[in-house]
Design a protein around this ligand. Structure first.
Ligand SMILES: [Zn+2]
Length: 432
């Protein structure tokens, strides 16, 4: 197996000649970054060469504040056969992420102080782990989880992700509570009556394939309800994994009205359409499902005009045995940490949808801002938290080489441009 090496930084390290993109400081220039004992000492042309310093030649590479994925599933506790916090964080580091927010649908559910502390205690040297607590106990939508306690133990948001909060009154109270702690409620928008038994996007293709369809309205109607509740309470709402045009519209209108709403989408929603389901490839079964061409276009527009604030992976590892079943029986979700940057660079930056700086906003600055996690800009004196990647590197996705424990990706064999070279976490250099 491949290994990730961690180099403790002692003394001076000069990262020379990289293109430093730091949107919070409006910086995009080719220059040097000097680290000293793991902290950023200077950004700018390094003066007299220090003969004792280690020099990393970053010519042609891009250096950004560490990427952050605010939506991953690391399966610990409960399903360590699919992923552990350790293996997940290695996959994160290999993909260029220095921090992730872990969803609470584990066994047991992250629903109280003790389990938040347990997740935090598994923190590894590869990646910062930020737990998300549940909105309702057991994700059962009967009773609110202990939000205050979880917040004080380190939860950065609450969500019943994987399931919607069907009870509107509980959602209202959750938004009300979270206002006190200034954390967002992350909403998995799904009207489960509309989506019931659905396996893919509703439409002609689903009919042809003989699969039950899920209409866009199953997502957008819930997004609309939650936007109204955010308006009613003044609470902060974050819409998870936006898949369709109507939801982009709901978020856009809500933002115009001044509602505290943010949104994310995933690389698969702008890279693939429902056409990928042809052949019943169970790797393409996700929730919400892959949509049509017009939806992909709307997602791209939403990313471009700022309606969609973040790109997340919804990294959802599943064992081989579980995925190797009939399409409509297969569990939903795909892994994404090690393909995200390449998919984003290839499909958003090379195509001119986003500038490199806008991509960094959506993969680092905005998610950290929404969750109020620091280190979202480069600052002198702070421990270095960086992603260094090669925007010209061409590579083919080979899941066998992933650090994740699971292999469920529909991107096997895809040719991508843009690959992580190293990440720097708390001043330590991590590379494969
Ligand atoms: Zn999820």
């Amino acid at each position: 197996m491949k290994e990730l090496k961690i180099q403790k930084t002692e003394g001076r390290i000069i990262i020379k000649n990289g293109r430093v993109i730091d949107p919070a400081n409006k910086r995009d220039e080719v220059t040097d970054i000097v680290l000293n004992d793991g902290k950023i000492e200077s950004i700018g042309k390094a003066g007299d060469p220090d003969p004792k310093a280690q020099v990393i030649d970053a010519t042609g590479l891009i250096i950004t504040p560490g990427l952050f994925d605010m939506h991953v599933h690391f399966r610990e506790p409960g399903r360590e056969d699919e992923e552990t916090i350790e293996t997940g964080s290695r996959a994160a580091a290999a993909g260029g992420f220095t921090g992730v927010a872990c969803m609470p649908n584990t066994t047991p559910v992250v629903e109280n102080q003790g389990i938040v502390q347990l997740v935090k205690s598994r923190q590894t040297a590869y990646c910062g782990i930020y737990p998300v607590g549940a909105v309702t106990k057991g994700l059962e939508c009967q009773e609110l989880a202990e939000m205050g306690d979880m917040f004080h133990a380190g939860a950065v948001a609450v969500s019943d992700d994987g399931k919607p909060v069907t009870n509107s009154n509980l959602m209202r109270r959750a938004l009300d509570y979270c206002r006190m702690f200034d954390i967002p409620v992350i909403s998995h928008c799904e009207d489960t009556f509309l989506s019931a038994d659905g396996a893919m996007n509703e439409g002609a293709l689903a009919t042809r394939l003989g699969l039950r369809g899920i209409p866009n309205a199953a997502e957008s109607s819930m997004a609309y309800r939650d936007a109204q509740l955010a308006a009613l309470t003044g609470g902060r709402l974050h819409i998870a994994h936006v898949s369709c045009a109507e939801t982009v519209d709901v978020v856009r209108q809500a933002k115009r009205r001044g509602i505290k709403i943010t949104a994310e989408t995933c690389p698969h929603y702008f890279t693939l359409t429902e056409e990928a389901v042809k052949g019943y490839n169970e790797m393409t079964r996700v929730n919400p499902p892959l949509r049509g061409k017009a939806d992909v276009q709307a997602i791209l527009e939403g990313l471009k005009d700022g309606t969609i604030d973040c790109i997340v992976t919804d990294h959802a590892p599943h064992s081989h045995e579980e995925k190797e079943v009939e399409f409509d029986q297969a569990p939903t979700g795909m892994i994404g940490l090690e393909t995200s940057l390449g998919l984003c660079w290839t499909n958003l930056v090379e195509t001119g949808v986003l500038t490199p700086s806008q991509l960094v906003e959506k993969m680092s600055l905005n998610p950290r801002g929404i969750l109020k996690i620091g280190n979202n800009k480069l600052e002198i004196g702070k421990p270095a938290d960086l992603t260094i990647f090669d925007p010209k590197a061409k590579w083919t996705v080979e899941p066998e080489e992933f650090f994740s424990k699971s292999r469920n990706t529909p991107f096997k064999g895809f040719n991508l441009t843009g690959k992580t070279v190293m990440t720097v976490l708390e001043g330590n250099i991590i590379r494969s």
